[in-house]
Design a protein around this ligand. Structure first.
Ligand code: AKB
Length: 326
C-alpha cells in the first residue's frame, strides 16, 4: 500500500487548482513524470512547455486507459469537477461528471494497481443544521447542492475503495480557494477571487453574496501544500481517507473589503445577492481541522492580510502589462 509515487496524472489540469498543482508536482517529481490532462485542449504555454499535456475525458474509460497505459501512471490527482454554482444550473451534468468521473478514476486505480488516488472534497458536503462555527470532522452531511451531494458520495466512495479493495485513496475538504494565477470556474466562493481582480481593474466590485457572508477560505500556496502533504502522509497514521477537514482562515465579505482598502483606500463594494447567497448560507463559517493537523501535520501559512498584499501585488503587475485577465 505504501508504494512510492513515480508517474502522476492530473485531471482537470487547466482548472484553478489543477494548473498550479501540476506545476508544483513537476518541480518535485520531474516535469516528464507529471502528465497534465484536461477535457479542454487549450493548455497555457507554461503548461505545455513545462511537461506532457494530453486531452483526456474522465467520462471515457477508453480515454483514461489510453493515457494511463501510455504514460505508466501510478498516482492520480483527480481535480476535474463541476463546482457548486454551475452545478446548480445543470445538476445532471454535475452528477455525471463528478460521480462517473470519480468512479472511472477509482476503477483505473484498481485496474492499473496504482499507489495512490487523490480526490478532493469540499466544504459543500455540509448543509443546513451543522454547527456553523468550527464545524467538526464528523458531523451530519446534508448538502443542499448537487455539487455537495456528489462530494458526500465521493467521500463515501473513497472510504469504500479503501476498505473493499485496499486502494489508497485520500481527499480533503477544500474551503474556498483564492489565487492570482488561474480564475476559478463556477464556484460560490469565486467572489473572493473576483473582488481582487475588480479592485485592481475598476476600484470597485459588486458582490453576489451579502456583506455578512462568512466562509472558510485558503490561499492557493496553502491549498497546494496541503494536497501534496496529504498525498505523501504515512497511510498508517491516517484515521480518515477521503474527507479531511481543512482550514486556514475565515472572513466575511465586509472584512475582505476592509483588507483590500488597506492597500486601495478608495475601493468601493456594493452588494447584489443572487442564487449563490443560499448556497453560501448553507455552508459553515469556520472549520475544525484538528484531525488533519494531528494525523498528517497540516499547518497553514497564509492569513487574510498577507494574502491580500500578495494578491494585489501580483495582479497589479499583470494589469500594468495589460494581462490582468490574460
Ligand atoms: C465552490 O464554491 O463551489 C468551491 C468549493 C467551496 O468547493 N470553491
Amino acid at each position: 500500500m505504501l508504494r512510492e509515487t513515480k508517474r502522476i496524472l492530473v485531471t482537470g489540469a487547466l482548472g484553478q487548482i489543477g494548473s498550479e498543482l501540476t506545476l508544483e508536482l513537476r518541480k518535485i517529481y520531474g516535469a516528464e513524470n507529471v502528465i497534465a490532462t484536461d477535457i479542454v485542449n487549450k493548455p497555457t504555454v507554461e503548461m505545455s512547455d513545462s511537461g506532457p499535456f494530453a486531452v483526456m475525458d474522465v467520462l471515457s474509460t477508453t480515454s483514461i486507459d489510453n493515457i494511463v497505459s501510455k504514460y505508466k501512471i501510478d498516482t492520480i490527482y483527480h481535480m476535474a469537477v463541476i463546482l457548486s454554482a454551475i452545478g446548480e444550473k445543470n445538476p445532471q451534468m454535475a452528477w455525471n461528471v463528478n460521480m462517473n468521473g470519480s468512479i472511472n478514476i477509482l476503477e483505473a486505480g484498481i485496474k492499473y494497481e496504482m499507489c495512490r488516488i487523490i480526490i478532493p472534497s469540499s466544504i459543500a458536503v455540509w448543509g443546513n443544521g451543522v454547527p456553523l462555527e468550527n464545524t467538526p470532522q464528523a458531523c451530519c452531511l446534508k448538502p443542499t447542492t448537487m455539487y455537495g451531494v456528489t462530494k458526500v458520495c465521493g467521500e463515501l466512495l473513497a472510504d469504500y475503495y479503501v476498505q473493499r479493495f485496499g486502494l489508497d485513496v485520500r481527499g480533503l475538504r477544500y474551503p474556498g480557494i483564492i489565487s492570482h494565477a488561474t480564475l476559478p470556474g463556477g464556484g460560490t466562493t469565486d467572489y473572493a477571487v473576483a473582488i481582487y481582480y475588480e479592485a485592481i481593474d475598476k476600484g470597485k466590485y459588486t458582490c453576489f453574496v451579502n456583506a455578512e457572508t462568512r466562509l472558510p477560505m485558503m490561499y492557493m500556496p496553502d491549498a497546494i501544500n496541503s494536497t501534496i502533504q496529504l498525498a505523501n502522509a504515512d497511510f498508517s497514521n491516517l484515521k480518515h481517507h477521503g474527507d479531511y477537514n481543512l482550514s486556514a482562515m475565515s472572513f466575511s465579505v465586509a472584512e475582505l473589503a476592509e483588507s483590500i482598502k488597506k492597500y486601495i483606500p478608495n475601493f468601493e463594494i456594493t452588494y447584489e445577492p443572487d442564487y449563490r447567497q443560499a448556497i453560501a448560507d448553507s455552508w459553515p463559517n469556520s472549520i475544525d481541522d484538528s484531525s488533519a493537523r494531528k494525523e498528517w501535520g497540516w499547518k497553514h501559512s497564509w492569513d487574510l492580510d498577507a494574502m491580500t498584499k500578495d494578491m494585489l501585488k501580483n495582479l497589479r503587475t499583470r494589469h500594468e502589462l495589460g494581462k490582468l485577465y490574460k
